[in-house]
Write a protein that binds this ligand. Structure first.
Ligand SMILES: CC(=O)SCCNC(=O)CCNC(=O)[C@H](O)C(C)(C)COP(=O)(O)OP(=O)(O)OC[C@H]1O[C@@H](n2cnc3c(N)ncnc32)[C@H](O)[C@@H]1OP(=O)(O)O
Ligand SMILES: [Zn+2]
Length: 168
């Protein structure tokens, strides 16, 4: 008997997100995270910051996304308070059967590269649940440091770490 079981060594590709990916991105977001957003929120981020908005594909199907934003704000690194251009990882997720294959890392790195090269951002930051060991591990392996504890950041009262990395 043969099983059409998914092979973890299967390869994936990364490309910029398109408008016709939005429904799939929303579905992955709802299945993966308690932080969900209305349809227009995804569309606006794709329109505004599309050069740093990526999806991961396996067999032509979207299985992950990274949704970014570009902002001006106080540096998380400079000694003297100064305003810098910062990338913000608003949301990143990979569908559960496709995790631990490197897709999350590839999405994160492509978005950070575009933040730096296309948008001239100097830093990148994000918030993550203090209990989210998988995501925190991925961020730390990609140069992020915990810079602040945001108490009661989430709707259910959980704290967040603000994590940031330099893009210079
Ligand atoms: C700003 C925000 O959006 S915060 C919320 C982040 N998103 C979520 O939590 C949604 C649910 N989780 C996911 O979708 C995924 O687990 C992600 C996006 C966090 C990681 O995606 P993946 O494709 O699995 O990541 P990837 O395979 O690149 O793993 C990268 C590293 O993350 C860490 N990691 C990922 N999964 C695990 C795990 N199950 N156990 C331990 N470490 C893990 C490891 O350090 C891993 O490095 P390694 O492969 O060298 O050991
Ligand atoms: Zn955020």
């Amino acid at each position: 008997m043969e099983f059409a079981e998914f092979n973890k060594s299967s390869s994936f590709t990364i490309r910029n997100a398109r408008m016709d990916d939005v429904e799939q991105i929303i579905r992955i977001n709802r299945d993966s995270l308690p932080e969900n957003y209305p349809h227009y929120f995804f569309v606006e981020h794709l329109k505004e910051y599309g050069l740093a908005f990526f999806v991961g594909l396996v067999n032509y199907n979207v299985v992950g996304y990274v949704m970014p934003r570009i902002e001006w704000g106080f540096s998380n690194f400079k000694q003297i308070p100064s305003i810098v251009k910062k990338g913000h990882i608003v949301s990143i997720a990979v569908e559960s059967p496709y995790r631990k294959m490197g897709i999350g890392t590839a999405l994160l790195r492509e978005s950070m590269k575009a933040m730096k090269e296309k948008y001239k951002a100097e830093e990148v930051y994000l918030e993550v649940r203090v209990s989210n060991d998988n995501a925190i591990g991925m961020y730390e392996k990609n140069g992020y440091k915990k810079v602040k504890l945001l108490r009661g950041y989430y709707a259910d009262g959980e704290d967040a770490y603000l994590m940031a990395a330099s893009l210079l």
